[in-house]
Design a protein around this ligand. Structure first.
Ligand SMILES: NC(=O)c1ccc[n+]([C@@H]2O[C@H](COP(=O)([O-])OP(=O)(O)OC[C@H]3O[C@@H](n4cnc5c(N)ncnc54)[C@H](O)[C@@H]3O)[C@@H](O)[C@H]2O)c1
Length: 260
C-alpha cells in the first residue's frame, strides 16, 4: 500500500461519503481524510457512522439515502459546517439475499434494492450538484459495480439493474455538467474482500473458487485499493477523467483466459 501521508491532494476540500460506516465507504473516509479532506460521514447505522466520523475527525449525519429530505439535509449540513461541497461519494448500497434470480425475486425485493442503490444516487446527485455549480467545481463519484458491465449466472437481478442505472446516470450527468467544472464518474469495483464475503467463502470454498478463476489478479480487492481510486477521482489528479465507468477490478472485465 502507498504511504498516504505523502499524498495530500484534498487539503481544504469537503467530501461527503454515504455508507461511510463500513467497507468501501469506511476505507474511503479514512483515505480522503488522510489526504486532507474534511469528511462528512453519512450512514443509516448510527453506531458505525459515528465511529467512522470520530476516527477521521469529521462530521456524522445520520442519513437514510432513500429519503429526499434527509439527503437534502446531509449536503446542507456539509455546506453549513465546512462551507463547500467539493466531493460527493455516493456509495451506500445493499445486496440482500431475497434479490436473486428473476424467477425468485419478488417485486418488494426488487423495489427496495432500486430505492437504496439507484434512487439514492439520483437523490444525492440532485442535492450535491447545485452546490458544485455555485462553486464552479466538484467531483461526484457514484459506486456502481463490475456487474454493470458483465452478466453473472449467479444473478442478483435488481442489484445488477440498479448498478447499470448508476452507470448510465453518472455518464449522462458527467456530460451535462462538464463545462461547469463538475465531473461525474461511476466507480466500478470488482469483488471486494469484505467480512461477509470472507465468511461466505470460508463456508463454501467452491463458491469462492468459481469466482476467483475469472480474476487475472487471482484475488479479490481490498477495500483500501478501492479507496485509493476514490481519492484519485476526488482529486485534481483526475481532472480529465469524466463520465467514465472507472473499473477497479484486477482485470476481471478484460479477461478471457486467466493464468493458472
Ligand atoms: N463489496 C463488494 O464486493 C462490492 C463490489 C462492487 C460494488 N460494491 C458496492 O460498493 C458499495 C459499498 O459496498 P460495501 O461492500 O462497502 O458494503 P457494506 O455493507 O460494507 O457498507 C454499506 C454501508 O451502507 C450503509 N447503508 C445501507 N443502506 C443505507 C441507507 N438506506 N442509507 C444510508 N446508508 C445505508 C450500511 O449501513 C453500511 O454501512 C455498495 O454500493 C456496493 O453495492 C461492493
Amino acid at each position: 500500500m502507498t504511504d498516504n501521508h505523502v499524498c495530500r491532494r484534498l487539503t481544504g476540500r469537503t467530501a461527503v461519503v454515504t455508507g461511510a460506516g463500513s467497507g468501501i465507504g469506511l476505507a474511503s473516509a479514512r483515505r480522503l481524510a488522510s489526504e486532507g479532506a474534511r469528511v462528512v460521514c453519512a450512514d443509516i447505522d448510527e453506531t458505525t457512522g459515528k465511529a467512522a466520523a470520530g476516527e477521521v475527525g469529521g462530521l456524522f449525519v445520520r442519513t437514510d439515502v432513500t429519503d429526499p429530505d434527509q439527503v437534502e439535509a446531509l449536503f446542507q449540513a456539509a455546506y453549513d459546517t465546512y462551507g463547500s461541497v467539493d466531493v460527493a461519494f455516493n456509495n451506500a448500497g445493499i445486496s440482500p439475499p431475497d434479490d436473486d434470480s428473476i424467477i425468485e425475486t419478488g417485486l418488494e425485493a426488487w423495489k427496495r434494492v432500486q430505492e437504496v442503490n439507484l434512487t439514492s444516487v439520483y437523490l444525492c446527485c440532485k442535492a450535491a450538484i447545485p452546490y458544485m455549480r455555485r462553486q464552479g467545481k466538484g467531483s461526484v463519484i457514484n459506486t456502481a459495480s463490475f456487474v454493470a458491465r458483465m452478466g453473472a449466472a449467479t444473478s442478483q437481478i435488481s442489484y445488477t439493474a440498479s448498478k447499470g442505472g448508476v452507470l448510465a446516470m453518472s455518464r449522462e450527468l458527467g456530460v451535462q455538467f462538464a463545462r461547469e467544472g463538475i465531473r461525474v464518474n461511476a466507480l466500478c469495483p470488482g469483488p471486494v474482500n469484505t467480512p461477509l464475503l470472507r465468511e461466505l467463502f470460508a463456508k463454501d470454498p467452491e463458491r469462492a473458487a468459481r469466482r476467483l478463476v475469472h480474476i487475472p489478479a487471482g484475488r479479490f480487492a481490498e477495500a483500501e485499493e478501492i479507496a485509493a481510486a476514490v481519492a484519485f477521482l476526488a482529486s485534481d489528479d483526475s481532472s480529465f477523467v469524466n463520465a467514465t465507468d472507472f473499473l477497479v477490478d484486477g482485470g476481471l472485465t478484460g479477461a478471457y483466459v486467466t493464468p493458472l
